[in-house]
Design a protein around this ligand. Sequence first.
Ligand SMILES: Nc1ncnc2c1ncn2[C@@H]1O[C@H](COP(=O)(O)OP(=O)(O)OP(=O)(O)O)[C@@H](O)[C@H]1O
Ligand SMILES: [Mg+2]
Length: 418
Amino acid sequence: MKPEPSPAGSESEIQLLAALSELMGTSMAFEEVIAAAMRFTSAMMGADGSSLLLVNRKEGGLSFYIALGEKAGQLKSMTLARGEGIAGLVAESGIPVVVSDVRREARFSKRVDQVTGFKTGSIACVPLRIRDELKGVIEVVSKRVGTFSDKDLDMLTAIAGPVAVMIENARLIDEVKGLHEKLEKAGRVKAEFLATMTHELRTPINIVIGNLDILLGGFLGEVNDRQKDSLKTALRNSGEALNLIGSLLDLSRIEAGQVVIRVEEFRLEDIWKELELLFRIGLSGKQVDLVWEAREPLPLLKTDKIKVKEILSNVVFNAVKFTDRGRIRVCASPAGGGEEVELVVEDTGVGIPKEFLPFLFEPFRQAEGALTRSHGGVGLGLSIAKRLVNLLHGRIEVESEVGKGSTFRLTIPAKYAA
Ligand SMILES: Nc1ncnc2c1ncn2[C@@H]1O[C@H](COP(=O)(O)OP(=O)(O)OP(=O)(O)O)[C@@H](O)[C@H]1O
Ligand SMILES: [Mg+2]
């Protein structure tokens, strides 16, 4: 007999679901929520024990995931074969089953009772389903025969839905976590490897450059003109390789999270003064005006000067490289009520095709194909600039039209806040 008369079917289901949703709102681990829901349900049904079994993906058998009641602890390591017992039947057919008297049911498997020493009289079992896939079953057992009715089956079915969702969510979260950890580890290893390799490569290249300089300077004996030309070519190429390694090192350090922010006070004009000559050298031989404009009052900056300088130089060097005539205008102005500075770099160069804009800030991406490329560089400048801007909590935006020119808009907080 049941401990108390069961309330009318739908009412008890509502009561059950209300209790379950309350449990789900607590900070309890989801296994505890499910176990509590099962305890509650089996008490309402007058059962002696309950278990939740999940389908093994590989063999299709059922493993005990939660087992509650007398001697249930021994079930933890037990697995039912595909189709074994009432649980197996329900997992295969997807149809809820009540067995009033197990002695009269040929599909009942005695194996579980043999393991636990429990004497099953009757069983109610419902499938756990996510969309159309059977994930497992919930089973309640009683020592007595005739304990469960169809109403009890409805109650069990009512909790099966939310329980299946909780289990699936937990599985998905585990899967995503595992994936994230793997990706993070792979990314970290790669970035650290790159940071070390590029650092190590700089030393030999610097030695090559030093030796070429010594040869070219005639310190080891007279060098004829043809030898000089050859040495100069070697020197130029070594310099380019060094730049490339420097950029790779910057990028991989940022990716490896090895970049330190050093805050100092400075003015944007200071940076401009330090860079302007280099830009002018880059423009020599081209008919391009280089204009600097500052709209006062420009705030005093308290952020990482070296990084702002690298950002600006990457963006302006692109303008220098991709503009053959016209004007490059760099305009600095206060923004965000003086909390930010805005730097607009505007050129009248070749422009950037619309379809390339989404990839502009990705490493090694260049609008010109490798075979048609007429400008130097490897495609790292803007990806570094973007990452540095992010580190300083700023923004970088671009507008461009092929044949007309490009405008890069940088916004950086005047004071760096960690
Ligand atoms: N001002 C610009 N005008 C036209 N195209 C540009 C401009 N700035 C960037 N681009 C396009 O974006 C690509 C990527 O720029 P990025 O600075 O990342 O690489 P890069 O200049 O080719 O090489 P690196 O900067 O590593 O020397 C360039 O190759 C070019 O196609
Ligand atoms: Mg560049």
